[in-house]
Design a protein around this ligand. Structure first.
Ligand SMILES: [Zn+2]
Length: 268
């Protein structure tokens, strides 16, 4: 019997994980404080209902902009510092040492490549945001001052335009990551049709804040639409509101961090 190449490929499709060989390179280590913050971000995002067993958060390496940090393939709630893996922007792990990595790491690498201003990225399937990725009638737009980062409305990534019909909707290679980064453009947020969303920020705290408040905005928008015609923030209001509220970014971060570290949270 001929060994089946197809079966092997199929196995990887189902596993939604990847084993990749490490790049044989050395470099400066990321700050322990940055790794700690990334662990905290994983726990906060679970506690706030943005990720469940799936979804991931990354941060750009603080001593090498050509690398980023992301947990190995696991549920965010259980991530510890030992689970953080360093990656090259092309998605090659530097120190996975045989551990499984997220299949969708190309979301992160290709956005970091195209957006030097981006220092952190959250990819999730948060449940109230997702319906906006498939709605043909309602765009995802900011309804209040807390979500000015959504700007004048968010772009939607249609994977059929990049890869045709019949994909599993996952960003499983560099080409799809680059196509997603192109749809994101200069925005902070991109919906991914039938899949979820990705949000970026100039720091981990910004990306986490935006991921949480995107979900809040989605809930508010659904309620507002139920009442009838909606007045959204204008582009100018969104910009002004974002500028102001994001100076306060440490406040929710410290509160959410205390919650996950005090044992009050489900992620602790
Ligand atoms: Zn995903």
């Amino acid at each position: 019997m001929e060994p089946s190449q197809n079966m092997c490929t199929h196995h990887f499709d189902v596993a939604v994980a990847a084993y990749a060989d490490d790049a044989a390179i050395a470099g400066a280590a990321a700050s322990p404080a940055l790794i700690d913050d990334l662990v905290t971000a994983n726990h906060i995002l679970f506690d706030q209902g943005i990720v469940d067993a799936f979804g991931h958060v990354s941060v750009r390496h603080d001593h090498d902009p050509e690398r980023f940090l992301l947990a190995r393939n696991m549920a965010p709630a259980t991530v510890t510092a030992d689970d953080i893996v360093e990656f090259m922007l092309d998605g090659t792990p530097v120190n996975a040492a045989g551990r499984a990595v997220y299949l969708e790491r190309f979301i992160h690498g290709e956005i970091y490549r195209s957006r030097p201003d981006v220092k952190a990225i959250v990819h999730s399937h948060s449940p109230t945001v997702l319906p906006f990725s498939v709605s043909k009638g309602t765009r995802f737009r900011p309804v209040c001052h807390m979500s000015g980062f959504l700007g004048g409305g968010t772009p939607v990534f249609e994977i059929r335009e990049a890869a045709g019909d019949g994909t599993d909707l996952l960003i499983r290679d560099r080409n799809l990551g680059a196509a997603l980064a192109q749809t994101l453009g200069e925005s902070s947020f991109v919906l991914m049709r039938g899949h979820g969303s990705t949000v970026v920020g100039p720091s981990l705290r910004h990306a986490v804040y935006r991921a949480v408040y995107a979900e809040v905005n989605a809930r508010l928008q659904v309620e507002a639409v139920r009442l009838g015609e909606v007045t959204y923030l204008s582009d100018k209001e969104a910009e002004a509101a974002q500028r102001n509220i994001e100076t306060q970014i440490d406040r929710p971060w410290m509160m959410w961090k205390r919650r996950v570290q005090s044992g009050q949270a489900s992620a602790a």
